[in-house]
Design a protein around this ligand. Structure first.
Ligand SMILES: O=C(CO)[C@H](O)[C@H](O)COP(=O)(O)O
Length: 270
């Protein structure tokens, strides 16, 4: 794997960030997490060239990349792009920006995908799906020649699953409690929880409902108290369980990881 460290000031910056970045020459300027996400997202778009089929990821970091593609298309600096969105939300964003969109049925090979991640380990393995779009993301990212992951430095971990945060698994709604129990039993000291969202009823009362993915499925979030061990074993064991559609462990898929941190941008290639 090769590393490149760029200083933030060496990036071509969006106008809205000019104030924050031009003052980077002054010590002690601290960029917030969203500014770092934007820097990573914009940097990835430098790898997009006219005529490409581009996988459009989902989440607050990927959103910046999609915005930037739209901006460059409006300016005529990128032409003939076709976007393959990984969620209904990204589809809406792309359409609103005037980016032509299609799907994997029409384009089974994607030139380049840009997407965020929840965790990135030193081998460029990922946890994805805390935004709930892991299945479409995995389908698209399996089909792409290059997969650029864009993150701020808070997403870097030494080992996936140790953060104490969720490892998402998409399951069919049918007997989801049964599947959740079986998932929990696969690992020592693991807690499986159905992901829910709070809705407001007409009478103003709050109600908790299962989070439903774009594919009509539920998400079971796994929380590990102990190391999940060999990632390939975890990957296969979870996938084998009937009722599981897919999970958020993305092994050996990223070809480039762009990390925006307080000291600069790191680009890591496979
Ligand atoms: O996998 C994802 C959505 O399913 C996102 O890429 C991941 O959750 C990172 O999101 P963000 O960029 O908002 O931190």
């Amino acid at each position: 794997m090769a590393f490149t460290l760029l200083h933030l000031t060496s990036l071509e910056q969006p106008s809205s960030m000019e104030v924050g970045l031009s003052s980077l020459s002054t010590p002690h300027v601290i960029l917030n997490q969203d500014e770092l996400k934007k820097i990573a997202g914009y940097k990835a778009v430098e790898f997009v060239t006219s005529g490409m089929i581009v996988g459009l990821g989902t989440g607050s970091t990927a959103k910046h990349a999609v915005d930037r593609i739209g901006e460059l298309m409006r300016q005529g600096r990128l032409k003939n792009i076709v976007g393959i969105p990984t969620s209904k939300k990204t589809l809406e964003q792309a359409v609103s920006l005037g980016i032509p969109v299609s799907d994997l049925d029409s384009y089974s090979v994607v030139d380049l995908a840009i997407d965020g991640a929840d965790e990135v380990d030193p081998y460029m393995n990922l946890v994805k799906g805390r935004g709930g779009c892991l299945l479409r993301e995995k389908m698209m990212e399996c089909a792409c020649k290059k997969f650029i992951v864009v993150v701020d430095e808070s997403k870097l971990v030494t080992h996936l699953g140790r953060s104490g945060l969720a490892m998402p698994v998409e399951v069919v709604p049918f007997c989801w409690k049964f599947t959740a129990k079986r998932l929990q039993d696969l690992f020592e000291d693991c807690v499986a929880k159905l992901r829910t969202v709070v809705c407001y009823c007409q009478d103003g009362n709050k109600m908790e409902q299962p989070f439903v993915t774009d594919n009509g499925n539920y998400i079971i979030d796994l929380y590990f108290k102990k190391d999940i061990g060999d990632l390939n074993v975890a990957n296969n064991t979870i996938l084998k369980l009937a009722g599981v559609v897919d999970h958020g462990i993305f092994l050996d898929m990223a070809t480039t990881v762009i990390v925006a941190g307080k000291l600069g941008v790191t680009i890591k290639n496979k």
